[in-house]
Ligand binder design. Sequence first.
Ligand SMILES: Nc1nc2c(c(=O)[nH]1)N[C@H]1C(S)=C(S)[C@@H](COP(=O)(O)OP(=O)(O)OC[C@H]3O[C@@H](n4cnc5c(=O)[nH]c(N)nc54)[C@H](O)[C@@H]3O)O[C@H]1N2
Ligand SMILES: Nc1nc2c(c(=O)[nH]1)N[C@H]1C(S)=C(S)[C@@H](COP(=O)(O)OP(=O)(O)OC[C@H]3O[C@@H](n4cnc5c(=O)[nH]c(N)nc54)[C@H](O)[C@@H]3O)O[C@H]1N2
Ligand SMILES: [Mo]
Length: 768
Amino acid sequence: MKFKSEIKPYTGAAGGWGSLEATTRYVFDSKKVLSNLRNLLRVNKGRGFDCPGCAWGDDNHSTFSFCENGAKAVSWEATRKAVEPEFFARHSVAKLREQSDYFLEYQGRLTHPLRYNRITDHYEPISWDDAFSLIASHLNGLENPNQADFYTSGRASNEASYLYQVFGRMFGTNNFPDCSNMCHEASGVGLKQSIGVGKGTIRLDDFEKADAIFVFGQNPGTNHPRMLHSLRHAADRGAKVVSFNTLRERGLERFADPQKPLEVVTTKAGRISSAYYQPNLGGDMAAVRGMVKALLQSHRQRLASGEPALFDVDFIAEHCHGIDDYLAIVDETSWQQITQQSGLSEAEIREAAGIYMQAERVICTWAMGVTQHKHSVPTVREITNLQLLFGQLGKPGAGLCPVRGHSNVQGNRTMGIDEKAPKPLLDNLERHFKFTPPREPGHNTVEALEAMLRGEAKVLIALGGNLAAAAPDTPRTEQALSNCDLTVQISTKLNRSHLTPGREALILPTLGRTELDMQATGSQFITVEDSFSMVHASEGVGIPLSTEQRSETAIVCGIANAVLGTRYLDWLALADDYNLIRDHIEATIPGFTDFNKRCDIKGGFYLGSAAAELTFNTPTGKANFSAAALPERVIPMQHDNAPFTLQTLRSHDQYNTTIYGLDDRYRGVYGQREVLFIHPQDLADLGFNEGELVEIETLWDDGIERKVSGFKLVSYDIPRGNLAAYYPETNPLVPLSSFGDQTHTPTSKSIPVAIRRCEAIVDTRRIA
Ligand SMILES: Nc1nc2c(c(=O)[nH]1)N[C@H]1C(S)=C(S)[C@@H](COP(=O)(O)OP(=O)(O)OC[C@H]3O[C@@H](n4cnc5c(=O)[nH]c(N)nc54)[C@H](O)[C@@H]3O)O[C@H]1N2
Ligand SMILES: Nc1nc2c(c(=O)[nH]1)N[C@H]1C(S)=C(S)[C@@H](COP(=O)(O)OP(=O)(O)OC[C@H]3O[C@@H](n4cnc5c(=O)[nH]c(N)nc54)[C@H](O)[C@@H]3O)O[C@H]1N2
Ligand SMILES: [Mo]
């Protein structure tokens, strides 16, 4: 395949023609056009299947409820291309390692269980029974169950992830590292401390009632395209959408609705953001603190002149704890520190505060621009502080909304994929299944990798995902995986993690969510939970490519049966009938009463949120203000001054480590991924030209060299001193030892770096 690489600014709106054209191009590229389209039409409809794209909710009213990137995800899964055993006979693992992630993905679906042969360096077919026995012999041979790690990526269904954690705990460990550890961990931790529940408080239709929506550190045009509909409709009826984003993101500026044909034809595009602020990387806590400082001043002025209070003093008195300490720290925080850290002027921050104050009902949303920093927990809590001051909880059109990533990552946590399992969950499992679950916390993702590096963790089982490419510090992550005695990847597609096998390794091919899941009692459906705590059923329709592929649920049951036998549970009976699994969920997880019956409710059922009902399950029984000082510096530093801070983000043509294509249309990048966005004046000061190639080096004092080279400079609307480049290519730059306080989330959005010109660059990887 040949790619023409060019950089040209995108002038259209997000959504619109470009979006439709790209969707159909992707669908028609794949060989099974008709069934692909039929699949698309059923996404999120009736029972149908849940879009494996993102965790945004469904409104259930538009006829075409899919977005361009959901369409890509579906058609990518529905490809009829297959990587069969002959492919692995032809290519050694060493040879495959020379290929790009794009090449690996493009080979198609995995169809047979495979076992790595260390002597030949090739994967070879293995029967399912032999694969399960191999896993059992490794796991049962460990000195201690904590030598095993059970990773989960957020696509796994409620049923599969529930059984997976039950199995892991019966086996004896709480080692459940998951993608959430690298993602929204800070939202869970921060919200739990502030409002007693680690989830958002709003529902999808709250967007129809909000007067203002503040969007922090998020790029919905690419990553949650269906959110653009909500933002666009809100903007159309006069609500203010205020964006805080380090980059100018096209999708936050204008959006044409591809689901309204007329609009597409006329290319009329609605403006989304009424105000757009570009803080420094990591500057959001300071920005919000500044807004509160300005609002506090108005509040006091009002009180002094006998006017009604600006803050919701009744709400604060009745529902909140810690207001005095918080306001004291706001008073202590200087404007100088606020403007220096946020990179925004006092005037800009006062303007944002002005918009906030005019709105009766406010929603705050956020994603990775907030959660992947060292001080992400206090940042999430600062956003919560702002909302609490104005009583923006427990009323329609208002609240807190961390916008999740993977389509079922929130459900995974609800189902107990949690290395720090809450006591009530363990108590319930103990009571219901009559075993003694381990009580000490297990490994999160960074701790699991460290344990593998030290040789303490010996077996890794991965229920989806691509740890080798998704985790930080690539060479060390790869070393960690290779150190294992056994790595097991339950996957749909070939990826980098298969190419860093442990001493022994298995690839177990699984069905995707769009596919028919036929078991002994008939076709099965699974359930998922979206960002708005809505649980709904999802049933695939596509005919699986191979009879050897198994559902994730069946694979988990097969492993558990081989390892534990029927001592606690008849695992194979559960795999035959997922209703039985849902009965166990009902018996052990709060909120799932009548689970099987409620799966028939169209659009799903709401799990409820205590905080949204103003019940705060915190130790104080109230919503807690957080009186944290601003961090000493916004980026984690070991050197005194790094010239630049780098964020690593997603392009339009990727789903995390899955690379669909090499374009990033809204940012005007075509046919390439190794680009570095930089402010034009920084470029000029360095004496570099646009298009020149540079080497990027992390400044971190642990004696390890971290560099990537051959990145093309692209001048961009970004604050000075800030840079941006795509993940996963830049993961070699993120130190494993640089993570968020209280979260262990790699600081993927704030890496201290230097750049220098690199002369010749030899690209050894081939595209296709
Ligand atoms: N198509 C598609 N959809 C996806 C995914 C995908 O890869 N592709 N991934 C899924 C997953 S797992 C997740 S977690 C979500 C991710 O969704 P996002 O969080 O939107 O993903 P990123 O690309 O990491 O974008 C981060 C955004 O925050 C901005 N930003 C970065 N740092 C800062 C900061 O310090 N302050 C502010 N104010 N802004 C900042 C960046 O400029 C960028 O716009 O999307 C999900 N949906
Ligand atoms: N530098 C940097 N690093 C990051 C981030 C960042 O912004 N910057 N973001 C982080 C975030 S937010 C996340 S969530 C993680 C993502 O980390 P992961 O969830 O581990 O990675 P993915 O790329 O989503 O996993 C893709 C693989 O999952 C498998 N797969 C796809 N669908 C299915 C399915 O239905 N079942 C099963 N069993 N397997 C399936 C395929 O084999 C595919 O190759 O990466 C994190 N890493
Ligand atoms: Mo994520």
